[in-house]
Write a protein that binds this ligand. Structure first.
Ligand SMILES: Nc1ncnc2c1ncn2[C@@H]1O[C@H](COP(=O)(O)OP(=O)(O)OP(=O)(O)O)[C@@H](O)[C@H]1O
Ligand SMILES: [Mg+2]
Length: 347
């Protein structure tokens, strides 16, 4: 059995009127079968209101199923006697770090969890130290949390959960309120917990770039899991994701659009490095160089041009007056700082 196993899990939010009669029922999670192996890094995607947070709250028994069951580390969460074990197995981190930090000093805050669990004092300090080191916040142990940036606060929240030695951490949009640097630092910390500490991580996010390192991605819609697979499998289905009102990573979208315009690229390109490597393969040479003045040095791209040949010359979207796809290739901003757009415009 996996660390998290749900069978036909459904949850209804029930709204009662003043007399206590049922006024409205929202089925927020609908017949979900979820299986997570220990040590996996899982991402959950889905449009607003698709049921991600409701599902997440079942993992540490903040909610219990209306129908079906969920087991966390082998314990059924709806049994009263299991709640303590379940909460110790699965910690949660939420969106707003300000609501999660209570201590006046960072190390004190991180120590609260183990203290409440009755961990002996000496061990509390060991746990505080290792947890802060794991999220890269040890240097701030004597600081006041109020003075930290959002990303730093969120890493302190994660350390606070980690200090309870959970087997699993559920992060519900932990980066939603952070700037790009804060987001990166939190995701780096979450990945390190998974890689180094072998903690099972469940990451709920709207940022597609945060998902590409996951072992498995689940996509929710209207309370159901509607897609699952590796990031590559899921992000290969750009049109399906769009229909679910979801984005794909920017580089995946760029590759998809290049593919649509005739370049023979594989589905599910996830990183700029992969796209670069694929484009190099197409260009049939190791390095793509721009001329010193940024001019059409890229004339020598016969295979790429072949990919675009189906289109009649001059059709919108076809690059370059010679019909080569060089303009498209040069769209990788990293290898073409002077910008392909101008060139296309001038063509
Ligand atoms: N406390 C509540 N009472 C009634 N309905 C709720 C409650 N919380 C959520 N819902 C409803 O349940 C459904 C699922 O909500 P949930 O918060 O789980 O979605 P989500 O995928 O986490 O959304 P978001 O991306 O906005 O965080 C939505 O229709 C929502 O309106
Ligand atoms: Mg949510």
């Amino acid at each position: 059995m996996g660390i998290i196993e749900s069978r036909h899990l459904s949850y209804d939010y029930v709204k009662l009127d003043e007399e206590g009669n049922v006024e409205d029922v929202t089925r927020a999670v609908d017949d979900v079968n979820l299986s997570v192996e220990p040590g996996q890094f899982i991402a959950i995607l889905g449009h607003n209101g698709s049921g991600k947070s409701t599902l997440a709250k079942h993992i540490n028994a903040l909610l219990v199923p209306t129908e079906g069951t969920i087991y966390v580390d082998g314990k059924e969460t709806s049994r009263e006697e299991n709640i303590w074990d379940v909460r110790q197995s699965a910690g949660m981190v939420f969106q707003n770090p300000d609501n999660q930090i209570i201590g006046q000093v960072v190390e004190e805050d991180v120590g609260f969890g183990p203290e409440n669990m009755g961990v002996p004092t000496k061990e509390i300090w060991e746990r505080v130290e290792e947890s802060l080191k794991a999220v890269g916040m040890y240097a701030y142990r004597k600081h006041s949390p109020n003075k930290l940036s959002g990303g730093q606060k969120q890493r302190v929240s994660i350390a606070g959960v980690l200090a309870m030695h959970p087997k699993c951490i559920v992060l519900d949009e932990p980066t939603a309120m952070l700037d790009p640097d804060g987001r990166k630092s939190v995701i780096r910390a979450a990945r390190a917990l998974n890689d180094v500490e072998k903690v099972t991580v469940i990451l709920i996010t709207h940022y597609m770039e945060e998902v590409i390192y996951a072992d498995r991605v689940f996509v929710m819609d209207e309370g159901k899991i509607v897609m699952q697979g590796t990031p590559r499998e899921v992000f290969s289905q750009v049109e399906r994701l769009k229909a679910l009102r979801l984005d794909v990573p920017q580089v995946t979208l760029l590759a998809h659009e290049l593919q649509q315009s005739g370049l023979p690229l594989p589905d599910g390109i996830l990183t700029a490095e992969e796209l670069e490597a694929e484009l190099r393969k197409l260009s049939g040479r190791e390095t793509v160089e721009a001329g010193p003045d940024g001019s059409e040095e890229a004339g020598g791209l016969p295979e790429a041009a072949a990919g675009a040949q189906d289109r009649p010359a001059g059709e919108p979207g076809t690059a370059g007056p010679d019909g080569s796809a060089a303009g498209g290739l040069a769209m990788d901003p990293a290898s073409d700082p002077d910008g392909a757009a101008d060139r296309n415009g001038g063509a």
